[in-house]
Design a protein around this ligand. Structure first.
Ligand code: G3P
Ligand code: MG
Length: 378
């Protein structure tokens, strides 16, 4: 594949695009624009240039854990570039559209639990329970997090119903589980998710069983009315501040899958864990992002709306071959838009190594990516 030796392109701003941009950018965040809270050296230059040229872009991240408006404010301040939520998609943003669960009881797992609960409530979910709430109400549910009770006490809320297996009709029933962000307490979260998935119809404190015989666990797990399990981010690894990639939400999912297999026999016994995983590289997340990019572009170039050319190309700039490059390469646009994957060496991918998924172009950093794309659009 093309690996543009990270030669430094024109030091000055690249040539002004001659025609109305029929192209746009989608930037991954961690490992492309920032490393945790630190902006990467030429991220500001890249975004400011595009804004000066009125070339549309969105930020597309598998990160999350706070409301879009809060994350965008943080990034604007860190990068010193004006950003708004119309150009921002994070891991759990698509969950806001799941109206069928808004008036039911959901469990939100991961991140700063209180922040993630508040995000779900701002999305319109009326009854949100967290593993911390359950631990505070029933400390014995997970004996190994007692030392964390003071932390959970600061934000947990009373449960909407008790956990009372003797009275299933009034016991706490979970109708869907959403993992919003990287779990902090993998033990508690694994235990509580396991309790829900092996329960009878999502009723906490019960055990799924076949034909009413409670002594024989139901081998057809998740065929006894248990609730769906959603993950917002597949990333096994991601680029944080540490110089080596860190385990992400995908690491938690793999650990949970291991516990599930040990308990149920898992896929070998025909009982693989039923789950819905969104986030890059999956098609629904790219479709969601493309829709948001088209709307943002229309708004940005409103005064040229009359003769605005259809968007033809999106440069997907990322650091993780498993999410950004695989997603960019495999995405099938309903609008016939060509997503061109561009891999940078400032995050998970190590320059000079061969990535599992081959990008259309490899460059040094995000500014190189912008330079290369604008030059080829000329
Ligand atoms: O939790 C964030 C991590 O999974 C990666 O985020 O911005 O590189 O997609 P990003
Ligand atoms: Mg990244």
């Amino acid at each position: 594949w093309h690996r543009m030796q990270p030669r430094r392109f024109l030091q000055s701003a690249p040539p002004r695009p001659s025609r109305r941009p029929e192209f746009a950018f989608a930037f991954d965040i961690d490992g492309v624009l920032v490393r945790s809270s630190d902006p990467l050296p030429r991220a500001q230059k890249a975004l400011r240039y595009l804004q000066s040229q009125r070339i549309p872009f969105i930020l597309l991240t598998n990160g999350g854990g706070k409301h879009e408006s809060e994350r965008v404010d943080d990034l604007s301040k860190k990068l010193e570039v004006p950003l708004d939520t119309s150009m921002f998609v994070q891991s759990h943003t698509p969950f806001a559209d799941l109206d069928e669960y808004k008036n039911r009881t959901i469990m939100v797992v991961g991140g700063d639990e209180d922040k993630c609960r508040r995000v779900a409530e701002r999305y319109g979910f009326k009854t949100v329970v967290t593993p911390g709430d359950i631990l505070m109400a029933y400390p014995d549910v997970w004996p190994f997090s007692q030392q964390l009770l003071p932390y959970y006490k600061t934000f947990s809320r009373p449960l909407p119903a008790p956990i009372d297996p003797t009275s299933p009709s009034t016991s706490l029933k979970i109708d869907a589980i959403f993992v919003y962000n990287d779990p902090r307490d993998w033990g508690l979260d694994t235990q509580v998710i396991k309790d829900v998935l092996l329960s009878h119809k999502g009723i906490m404190g019960t055990l799924s069983h076949k034909n009413g015989d409670a002594s024989r666990p139901n081998k057809g797990y998740q065929q006894d009315g248990q609730p769906p399990l959603y993950f917002s981010n597949p990333d096994l690894l991601w680029a944080a501040k540490y110089h080596l990639p860190r385990l992400g939400q995908g690491g938690f999912r793999e650990a949970l899958e291991g516990v599930w297999a040990a308990l149920t026999g898992g896929s070998k016994a025909g009982v693989s864990l039923q789950k819905i995983v969104i986030g890059k590289p999956h098609q629904p997340t790219y479709e969601f992002a493309e829709k948001r990019l088209l709307a943002h572009r229309k708004q940005l170039l409103a005064q040229q709306a009359a003769n605005l050319e259809p968007l033809k190309r999106v440069y997907m700039v990322g650091d993780n071959p498993e999410s950004d490059i695989l997603g960019g390469n495999s995405y099938k646009s309903p609008h016939g838009i060509d997503w061109i994957s561009v891999l940078v060496g400032t995050g998970v991918h190590v320059a000079g190594t061969t990535p599992n998924h081959i990008p259309r172009m490899e460059v040094g950093d995000v500014w190189d990516a912008v330079q290369w794309a604008v030059e080829r659009e000329e």
